[in-house]
Design a protein around this ligand. Structure first.
Ligand SMILES: [Zn+2]
Length: 257
């Protein structure tokens, strides 16, 4: 069914149904059988994981099973830093935006999404200068109850008890996720004259930039837990510059790649 129609007709039909037209209206409009439209729409929903009840066995909140803790806490960091959950008519999508300058992070984000929610693969959507790693599921709000209306910094963000426990157990992937989405490692340098010779000194530091007070606190509480010293650089930025702390961060986080 539907094989004889060019893909653009199928895409047009699906777009019309998604914008609110009934299968019957679209069938009439495009001069295609009602059954074919129904089949296309069904296949599209299956592809996006939107069929009722589908995928629930893969949700570790609905079907409690051991969760991939490192992948989850890393993804939680990515999501809280710069991820988005969007509600659609029958489903939700989780999007993680990764700068194209760091292809390793795109791989890491995709691996985390596909590990936390097995059963399908995230899509990669090319945007200007970045890649959106995107996956549909009805279950994102189960796994990320921080989802809510409006921007994250305009509402209270706190971890559910079970999330806080996971972060307690796997603090480093959480820190890594936050740095990978909203932070960076960069190097300041200065010169000093030593014995008549001008020497260059480098000061690597990590910065985390987020406007949500709650998310900054989650970040700094976790740094406290792992023994990394930090300070408030300004209203948006947390800075890690002490040599021992930078060394710890280099061991567990490292620069973006
Ligand atoms: Zn669920």
């Amino acid at each position: 069914m539907g094989i004889s129609h060019p893909p653009e007709v199928r895409h047009r039909a699906i777009a019309l149904v998604r914008s609110g037209h009934t299968n019957r209206e679209v069938a009439h409009e495009l001069g295609i059988s009602h059954g074919t439209i129904g089949y296309w729409v069904h296949m599209d929903r299956a592809r996006l994981g939107e069929l009722p009840g589908r995928g629930s066995k893969n949700c570790f909140r609905c079907h409690p099973r051991p969760v991939a803790r490192e992948a989850y806490t890393y993804l939680l960091g990515l999501y809280l830093g710069d991820g988005h959950i969007v509600k659609h008519a029958r489903s939700y999508s989780l999007s993680i935006y990764c700068g194209d300058a760091w292809p390793g992070l795109i791989e890491d984000a995709q691996y985390a999404v596909d590990t936390v929610l097995p059963g399908a693969q995230a899509n990669r959507v090319q945007r200007q200068g970045c890649t959106e790693v995107k996956r549909y599921s009805q279950h994102w709000p189960c796994m990320f109850p921080q989802h809510g209306p409006g921007m994250k910094h305009t509402r209270k963000i706190e971890l559910a008890d079970w999330q806080a426990e996971l972060v307690q157990e796997e603090p480093w992937p959480f820190v890594r996720g936050l740095i990978h989405s909203d932070g960076c490692r960069h190097t300041n340098w200065t010169t000093r004259k030593v014995g008549g010779e001008i020497k260059r000194y480098e000061y690597p530091r990590y910065m985390f930039c987020n406007v949500s007070t709650d998310i900054k606190r989650l970040f700094t509480d976790t740094l406290d837990q792992v023994g990394v010293e930090w300070r408030v650089a300004n209203s948006k930025n947390i800075s890690i510059a002490k040599r021992d702390s930078v060394a710890l961060m280099d061991l567990h986080v490292g620069p973006k790649y």
